[in-house]
Design a protein around this ligand. Structure first.
Ligand code: S3P
Length: 451
């Protein structure tokens, strides 16, 4: 499932105010995990609202490769007939994760404690990203690894015959690393302990509990999260209703804030504490964002989000908020371009190892569109309010969030903005273009048309 389609340049241009009521697709983190945990359970899991993006479909293929039966039903839901923890089959071919960091890292954790061999590959972006952060703890648990220099893909593993439960302190704020160790711990006899100095999204902990695993979370004296998982449970199938992805919602939210006259509502968005830092930040910048009809759905809080065009001001975004909005800095930088004064974003070192070096990609994209910014090793400062912005072509580096963020820039800028490849958007938000067209935005594969 490598991202093999030819690049599709897209151009966006200023149009009418954005109006209406929309739904963005299902949460990516929950979608991946629904398929994985469903595959490890015994019996049939059903998933409503699965994100049908290239990343998530790669995870479905990987779970099929080890024996799970995953099918789309007539009503649009998916069923996952699990094969059961400890019973995974050896994949016959290579396991291709395309662009998907979450998919490959969590799956390495699952396979790493099963006595099977597997080879993981990905696209040019995924093949540059560090896998050592996951492979190192797996080696401690007994997984054999052969990987390209620097622990990059392609990588082959042979899972441990009898994995060792370990105690692991996660060295960087990463839900993917935490989850990979916990998922390997699922098939290790005894208690696997993960210590998380900085809290990251806890979908793995919450969902594993829902699937019947014995997992507990406490705080130690230093205030660090300590997660204990007892291995080799029998996981029970679940009925999952995936709420809308707050990371995807961030694009229309920022668009509404910066396009004059806009006012619309995004329905049923996940309000997960460790993934909604962007909403807190945009409200601090003066964004008119209302969380309506807050309710609980499947153990998570959701709400409808009403957002209106607003006068924004630059702020300092606390570094400690970064894990809760790590995927949203590119689109925050676009909001910052329309704010009065400087927006200072510290604590961004993890942005260097995302689908692209996002810090550099954002800074170059801002520069070619006439937006002043200063990039350091781990900070970005954007100065808002420049005259005559837009007109540039942005290099996306196979990064869906770079492509979407700069298309949002174009719908509010003085001149159209082109991204060199919009096809990558399919990795996380396949309906992005059609949804924005529905709201009244101008996004086109033909630059002269959009302009
Ligand atoms: C995710 C964790 C984050 C995030 C990614 C989804 C997850 O990555 O960037 O899009 O589902 O666990 P890190 O944990 O590496 O920061």
């Amino acid at each position: 499932m490598s991202h093999s389609s030819a690049p599709v340049p897209l151009t966006s241009a200023a149009g009418s105010p954005l109006k209406g009521t929309i739904r963005v697709p299902g949460d990516k983190s929950i979608s991946h995990r629904s398929l994985m945990f469903g595959a490890l359970a015994v019996g049939r899991t059903t998933v409503q609202g699965l994100l049908e993006s290239e990343d998530v479909l790669a995870t479905a293929d990987a779970m099929r490769a080890v024996g799970a039966k995953i099918e789309k039903q007539d009503d649009g839901s998916y069923t996952v007939d699990g094969i059961g923890l400890g019973s995974l089959l050896e994949p016959e071919g290579v396991v291709d994760f395309g662009n998907a960091g979450t998919g490959v890292r969590l799956t390495m954790g699952i396979f790493g404690s099963h006595n099977i061999a597997a080879t993981f590959v990905g696209d040019a972006s995924l093949s540059k990203r560090p896998m050592g952060r996951v492979l190192d703890p797996l080696r401690e648990m007994g997984t054999n690894v052969i990987a390209r220099d620097g622990d990059r893909l392609p990588a082959s593993i042979r899972g441990a015959e009898q994995a060792l439960p370990i105690t692991y302190r996660v060295p960087m704020p990463s839900a993917q690393v935490k989850s990979a160790v916990l998922l390997a711990g699922l098939n290790a006899p005894g208690v696997t302990t993960v210590i998380e100095p900085i809290a990251t999204r806890d979908h793995t902990e919450k969902m594993l509990k829902g699937f019947g695993a014995d997992i507990s979370v406490s705080l130690n004296e230093a205030g660090e999260r300590v997660i204990k998982l007892t291995g080799q449970p029998e996981l029970k199938p679940q009925d999952i209703d995936v709420p809308a992805d707050p990371s995807s919602a961030a694009f229309p939210i920022v668009a509404a804030l910066i396009v004059p006259g806009s006012d619309f509502t995004i329905e049923n968005v996940l309000l997960h504490e460790q993934s909604t830092g962007i909403i807190t930040t945009l409200i601090e910048m003066g964004g008119d964002i209302e969380l309506l009809n807050k309710r609980s759905a499947g153990g998570e809080e959701v709400a409808d989000i009403r957002v209106k065009h607003s006068t924004l001001k630059g702020i300092t975004v606390p570094a400690k908020r970064a894990p809760s909005m790590i995927d949203e800095y590119p689109v925050l930088a676009i909001a910052a371009a329309f704010a009065e004064g400087d927006t200072f974003m510290p604590g961004l070192e993890e942005l260097r190892v995302k689908e692209s070096d996002r810090l550099a990609a954002v800074a170059r994209g801002l520069e070619v569109n006439g937006i002043p910014c200063i990039e350091t090793e781990d900070t970005l400062t954007v100065t808002g309010g420049a005259a005559d912005i837009g007109g540039g072509t942005v290099v996306t580096h196979l990064d869906h969030r770079i492509a979407m963020s700069f298309l949002i820039l174009g719908i509010a800028a003085h001149k159209p903005v082109t991204v060199d490849d919009g096809a990558v958007i399919a990795t996380s938000f396949p309906t992005f273009t059609s949804l924005f067209e529905k709201l009244g935005a101008k996004i086109s594969a033909n630059s002269s048309e959009a302009a």
